[in-house]
Design a protein around this ligand. Structure first.
Ligand SMILES: Cc1ncc(COP(=O)(O)O)c(C=O)c1O
Length: 404
């Protein structure tokens, strides 16, 4: 198996396992495809990379180089944007502390507020404010981040009050934002949510008497995790989004807003591979294949029951497959990466690649069972580049009385 023309076994010879490996070319390709699909249809587009999906500074740097801005969710992400000299920085995080909001304003980020009460927490009210709207949506659509039972966003009713209050506090410029779904591969969804957000924008604009600098439809662009899943038709999605933007601008008195998106997964997920070595195989009611990684390094399968393809790095001579259960090293019965999956024969010492882990992979890793965080490498323009060192066991004691 090769990643961007580099043999995985050679990368492992140099950097050991478990190892996150990212393909620079794939990240750039995803960005360009998305940008082209939108910019060829609308002349004022801003794509902000959602840093929360993968906060390695080199990954963010690649996307900045492609022309993206950054969507940040914490002080550290704002710090990263600052250190990388990002021009376009948005701060989107729910239930903020006062010092976090003040820090975002101080750093010059555009602040996207998840609740009206946050306005009162800010020491200095910035010139521009955006609110994350929770639009009423069609209940047939399985959207995780919207609706009365979601912790996010300002309802349409409250949004009018929110913008009125901000205007009264001296805010002069406004944006409107939503983030309603995750890993969506149905292109029509994006047309649907754009239409919904523009209707909310119209109401606010009419009742409060403001225009919008930007309309941000969030992230949520999906990728096919399973081989049989559809790929998001990005051109069809862009067509629907832009159609609704243009229609909204023509029909409603909301100004001529920039179109914004803040994808994470779409840009980085498919570029990431977690390379791990088989530590042993145990035959019980099922065959357990143990790896030198686990839910402490790739949490999605245990937390969300997510599917990730598992590939054997060196091809088998024997093409036969059978059901095997791939498990990790954490002392928890939920540390299962793939349950009863058809896989080729795997033996102690074999290398496997857990696929599509470039988003919500390393960022969700922990020290559970007191294991150090894995290393990350980037394969791209500079060859094989170590972009985060493997932690050592001493670093586990950092900040405790055993730290020396
Ligand atoms: C506010 C916000 N924007 C963008 C994203 C990125 O989402 P995705 O990686 O699905 O594109 C998230 C993810 O949780 C989010 O909460």
């Amino acid at each position: 198996m090769k990643i961007n023309d580099s043999k995985v076994s050679e990368i492992v010879d140099q950097h050991d396992t478990p190892l996150y490996v990212y393909d620079e070319h794939k990240i750039r390709e995803q960005y360009r495809e998305l940008e082209e699909s939108l910019c060829s249809r609308y002349d004022d587009v801003q794509i902000n990379y959602a840093v929360k999906s993968n906060f390695n500074p080199r990954i963010a740097e690649i996307l900045l180089d492609e022309g993206a801005g950054l969507d940040c969710a914490s002080k550290a992400e704002l710090e990263l944007a600052d250190r990388l000299d990002a021009d376009e920085v948005m701060y989107t995080a729910p239930y903020n502390r006062k010092d976090e909001l003040d820090y975002a304003v101080e750093k010059g980020a555009e602040v996207n507020l998840d609740s009206v009460f946050l306005l009162d927490k800010m020491t200095e009210v910035p010139e521009m404010i955006c609110f994350r709207i929770d639009p009423e949506i069609d209940s047939d659509r399985d959207l995780m981040f919207a609706g009365g039972d979601a912790k996010f966003g300002v309802s349409e009713e409250k949004a009018v009050e929110a913008y009125r209050k901000a205007k009264g506090m001296g805010v002069e410029k406004f944006g409107i934002h939503m983030m309603t779904g995750s890993n969506v591969t149905d292109a029509s969804y994006f047309e649907y949510i754009t239409e919904r957000l523009l209707k909310v924008a119209e109401r606010i604009s009419k009742e409060v008497g403001i225009e919008f600098e930007f309309v941000d439809i969030g992230g949520g662009l999906g990728i096919p995790y399973r081989p049989e899943e559809d790929t998001l038709d990005i051109d069809a999605a862009a067509e629907g989004i832009v159609k609704e933007m243009k229609k909204g601008i023509e029909k409603y008195d909301i100004g001529k807003p920039e179109l914004r998106l803040e994808p994470g997964r779409y840009l980085t997920a498919e570029a990431g591979h977690l390379i791990s070595r088989v530590t042993g195989v145990k035959h019980k009611d099922t065959e357990y294949v143990g790896l030198d990684t686990g839910m402490h390094q790739i949490l999605r399968p245990s937390l969300l029951d997510s599917y990730h393809e598992i590939r054997k790095v060196e091809k088998n001579d024997n093409p036969e497959t059978q059901e095997r259960t791939v498990v990790g090293q954490v002392c928890s019965s939920i540390d299962v990466i793939a349950e009863e999956r058809e896989l080729p024969e795997l033996e102690q010492g074999d290398l496997v690649s857990i696929e599509d882990v470039g988003a919500y992979g390393f960022v969700m890793a922990s020290h559970w069972n007191s294991r150090p965080l894995p290393a990350e490498v980037l394969v791209g323009k500079n060859g094989v580049e170590l972009i985060r060192e493997r932690q050592n066991k001493e670093q586990i004691f950092h900040g405790t009385f055993l730290d020396d």
